[in-house]
Design a protein around this ligand. Structure first.
Ligand code: PLP
Length: 403
């Protein structure tokens, strides 16, 4: 058999890292830590697991693809509060439940990318480095992808507005990751408004990956739905469809330390939502009813999220103490990744593993090379601050010494 659809996707970063480290035995494991995987290790909120248990009798039911009313109310309520929207601005017509945001970020390609855009092969715009499922979204729909390294003048966000007219006319989908993974930068309100305008002018789907929106240092990241509402208030949007051309993705994985619950959502333009639900009634896996009930409770509670954020701030302090002034260290404005410039990321990754049993990801696995073969991620490593301080502090000290 020959498989062609996904053959251009390189192996995912984690198996690549495992191959890179294969055969190397760590010399000192006193501060060993896996800092490669963005899986928050803080406590799972017990009120969530209590609900999963209490609702166990409903595992005998097929769950609704569009979500239960309680789930819809919890998520729309959260989106309205978080984005400062007026009551009723988000409803069931704006929401799709997802088994975590990753599967939605991948399958949005099947919904939003047609076979052609203005008579040509469609294009997807992606940041570089980027969350790897964006490449899968393009590949599954037969689109080509243009990768943009961050623009310093735009707080590290990709400058899609600099593209020529003919390229924008081919664009079917554009991804923005805010806060950005791995760099931890935040998009400005002006930048987001410009991107919404671009998406509407050239009629493409603008995706806001806001998976890290609740992990931030001192300033909450601005949401794309908030920006859409503001455009309407300024008379620049479509009041009949305030989220026209725009969808955002979020989940409980980072916000609530529930990566294993697999619970997220897509929200925004009802036309995109309707088409996504049409696809999902044929091939989607709806969230089990106990998961929907537990998720609703998690979206309705902010106390555990605030406590979580406080823990991350203390860890940003620790990271700054050990790594500040080294390797182009920047305290993350959002998210929980460190993006360190170490010269040769693969070499540093091997060295950290060999000397200290610390795992990280070479930046080169998170980015794509440009036309000249230059990979913007090559000099970097990504480390995640997902462990408790007690485990993290010795590892950070060891990293500073080893590198
Ligand atoms: C930037 C970004 N977006 C989305 C996700 C998806 O997370 P989940 O599928 O757990 O919601 C991740 C996970 O690491 C991520 O880093």
């Amino acid at each position: 058999m020959t498989f062609s659809r996904f053959k251009n996707l390189p192996p995912y970063p984690f198996p690549r890292m495992r191959s890179l480290l294969a055969g190397i035995t760590p010399e000192d494991t006193s501060a060993a830590l896996n800092m490669s995987l963005g899986e928050p290790q803080h406590q799972v909120p017990s009120f969530v697991t209590d609900i999963l248990h209490d609702q166990r009798a409903s595992y005998n039911k097929y769950p609704p693809v569009q979500g239960t009313e309680a789930w819809q109310q919890a998520v729309s309520g959260w989106l309205i509060r978080r984005n400062g929207l007026s009551a009723g601005m988000v409803g069931s017509e704006n929401l799709v439940p997802l088994n975590g945001s990753r599967e939605g970020l991948f399958s949005i390609g099947l919904v939003a990318i047609g076979r052609q855009k203005n008579g040509q092969i469609p294009l997807v715009l992606s940041p570089n480095p980027f969350y790897q499922p964006y490449a899968g979204a393009a590949q599954s729909a037969g689109a080509e992808t243009l990768y943009f390294s961050g623009d310093a003048a735009l707080d590290g966000m990709p400058d899609y507005a600099s593209l020529p007219e003919d390229v924008l006319r081919r664009t079917a989908l554009a991804f923005i990751c805010n806060p950005s993974n791995p760099e931890g930068g935040l998009a400005s309100r002006d930048y987001l408004a410009q991107m919404v305008g671009l998406a509407r002018k050239y009629d493409f789907t603008l995706v806001g990956d806001e998976c890290y929106s609740e992990i931030y240092d001192d300033k909450p990241p601005v949401g794309l739905l908030d920006v859409c509402a503001e455009l309407v208030r300024r008379g620049l949007g479509n009041s009949d469809n305030p989220f026209q051309n725009v969808v955002v993705f979020n989940s409980l994985s980072k916000r609530s330390n529930l990566a294993g619950l697999r619970s997220g959502f897509m929200a925004g333009d009802p036309d995109i939502v309707r088409e996504t639900l049409r696809m999902r009634t044929y091939g989607g896996a709806p969230l089990p009813l106990p998961v929907q009930a537990a998720s609703a409770a998690a979206w309705n509670d902010e106390a555990h999220v605030e406590a979580n954020r406080a823990l991350y701030r203390r860890k940003f302090d620790l990271a700054e103490r050990y790594l500040g002034g080294k390797f182009d260290f920047t305290r993350p404005a959002g998210g929980f990744c460190l993006w360190l410039k170490v010269g040769d990321g693969e070499k540093a990754c091997r060295e950290l593993w060999r000397a200290a049993g610390i795992k990280c990801l070479p930046g080169v696995y998170l980015a794509r090379p440009d036309a000249d073969g230059h990979n913007v991620g090559m000099p970097y490593i990504r480390l995640v601050l997902v462990h408790d301080e007690k485990l993290l502090e010795p590892a950070l000290e060891k990293i500073a010494i080893t590198l």
